[in-house]
Design a protein around this ligand. Structure first.
Ligand SMILES: Cc1ncc(COP(=O)(O)O)c(C=O)c1O
Length: 512
């Protein structure tokens, strides 16, 4: 272990064996002061790049080496050395989402207010399962869920629950939809499983998020339950194809899943048309708006998700558009009563008489028991910035994406693969052996500590198989046009370098 800043050592005392608690008041200020001193202690160690310079193998080995033998030490070294070591590893080998050239995933730089509120959430360590596990957090979650449901246009019967990610919210939505479809057929899946549910099927677009397949596998429906529906040239589900698939199925429809904000393109399935079809066939409509829900913050973009108010359930992730540290996912239900298949009374937590007396909590609305109050950071952010403040941040990211689109149009070697809808830009570098070169360009930018961009595979018109493309996911509201230009300059430079190295290698093979 290294002692980077011995001057601040005393501030992190006491000795290892004496526990120091993050109690309200003094404990919270201890946390704040500790953060300040820690920031000073590791300031010089920040690598200043999106990701550290070097190969993944070297970086991972460096972290492991720094930690030494893989065992929990018998004796501790005290708070100071422990915290400096951990924070130092993050500063030296971690990811910097606030870097101007970080633009890979739906993983935003978090707002300071949300990080502070998240520290408060950690310090209180309240839960949401029962009243006595945290009364304030319980009331705050109910208030925030009601506010989000109102923003989505759901009726006053709506309810919801926070959870650890969009994948989990989708799983919960499908579980509730499965139990609902079964209950309509007088089948009790909770007690008897899915054995009596005849060939359950779930409909979603071909480009829906993979968590839908995982959820079906987890829920005993099997991945073959997923019926992928064809998409149009904008990667949106074709409603007529959905209608045909529903008419043709011999199975039990469990849910139709529309995506509002596809992971790669940000496009939104035609929600009104899909809602009409769901209504006609009396099938549960889930809208996976993990990415796109945030459009509702923006006066300019909210029209994109028109029709979301007709959903039976909605997944939304504020750790995407919402600038929250992970996780801040929410599942909204049009009718709170539909949570009933998850309801449960447990003797040590929420016995019936306690619940009747008002001591219950949200245990019966999710699969988790102890649950972190992720809602605190969300509430603090909503109160600090308001809907307009968040809408303004989204508009800036959208503007950055539109600017990137213009830049691509100006570059002969670049080809736009899909027009911008939200904050992603999908494109590729044109050359011989495009798939290999595009993939290598991204790795080169990462390992040189220059920029962090994403990649994906897209089925392009006229091609027999999906092609490797590059992707920017722009979620930094402070990124400027100059930053976007710098990113493309670096990308083009890296692409030329890769191309010329490939040409050199080829000529060596021909003339060894
Ligand atoms: C459309 C969509 N749904 C669900 C998810 C899963 O969210 P999470 O990563 O929070 O589990 C993602 C993640 O990118 C997504 O884009």
């Amino acid at each position: 272990m290294t002692h980077d800043d011995d001057a601040s050592r005393d501030d992190f005392e006491p000795a290892p064996t004496q526990a120091r608690l993050a109690v309200p008041g003094q404990g919270w200020s201890d946390v704040g002061e500790g953060m300040t001193r820690l920031a000073t202690a590791v300031a010089s160690r920040h690598h200043g790049a999106p990701l550290p310079y070097g190969s993944p193998r070297d970086m991972l080995a460096a972290v492991a080496d720094s930690l030494g033998p893989q065992r929990i030490p018998d004796e501790g070294v005290g708070e100071h050395d422990a915290l400096v070591h951990v924070a130092g590893l993050i500063a030296t080998y971690g990811l910097d989402l606030t870097h101007r050239l970080t633009a890979a995933h739906l993983q935003p730089p978090p707002l300071t207010v949300s990080v502070i509120a998240d520290a408060v959430a950690s310090a209180t360590n309240a839960s949401l399962d029962t009243y006595d596990s945290g009364p304030a957090t319980l009331a705050i979650e109910k208030w925030t869920i009601a506010a989000l449901a109102r923003m989505a246009g759901l009726p006053s019967t709506a309810g919801g629950v926070f959870g650890p990610g969009g994948s989990f919210s989708n799983l919960l939505a499908l579980l509730i939809a499965r139990d609902h479809a079964a209950a309509q057929r007088r089948i009790n899946t909770r007690y008897h499983g899915v054995r009596d549910l005849r060939q359950p099927v779930v409909f979603c677009s071909r480009v829906a998020h993979f968590s839908i397949n995982r959820a079906c596998a987890t829920l005993g429906l099997g991945e073959t339950a997923v019926i992928p529906i064809e998409v149009d040239e904008h990667h949106r589900m074709i409603p007529a194809a959905l209608g045909r698939a529903l008419a043709a199925t011999g199975g039990t429809p469990v849910a139709i899943i529309a995506t509002a904000g596809t992971t790669d393109f940000g496009t939104v399935d035609p929600l009104q048309d899909i809602a009409d079809i769901a209504e006609r066939h009396n099938v549960w409509l889930h809208v996976d708006a993990a990415y796109g829900f945030g459009s509702l913050f923006s006066d300019r973009l909210q029209g994109l998700v028109a029709g979301i108010d007709r959903a039976d359930s909605i997944t939304l992730d504020l750790h995407k558009i919402g600038w929250q540290p992970a996780a801040a996912s929410v599942l909204l239900l049009r009718d709170e009563n539909r949570f009933s298949s998850l309801g449960r009374n447990v003797a040590y937590l929420n016995p019936e008489d306690d619940e009747e007396a008002g001591y219950g909590g949200l245990l019966g609305q999710t699969l988790q028991t102890t649950r972190r109050p992720d809602v605190l950071k969300v509430l603090a952010t909503f109160l600090a910035y308001g809907r307009r403040g968040l809408g303004d941040m989204l508009d800036r990211c959208h503007d950055a994406a539109l600017y990137a689109e213009q830049r691509i149009a100006k570059e002969l070697q670049l080809e736009l693969v899909a027009p911008v809808t939200l904050t992603t830009v999908v494109f590729r570098y044109r050359c011989a052996d495009m798939d290999t070169v595009n993939a290598e360009v991204r790795r080169r930018l990462i390992s040189s500590g220059t920029a962090l961009i994403g990649r994906t595979r897209v089925q392009l018109a006229g091609d027999d198989w999906p092609r490797t493309c590059l992707k920017l996911t722009l979620l930094n509201p402070l990124a400027t046009e100059a930053d976007i230009d710098e990113l493309f300059d670096e990308l083009l430079r890296a692409a030329l370098e890769v191309e010329s190295e490939n040409a050199e290698n080829e000529s060596k093979q021909v003339n060894p």
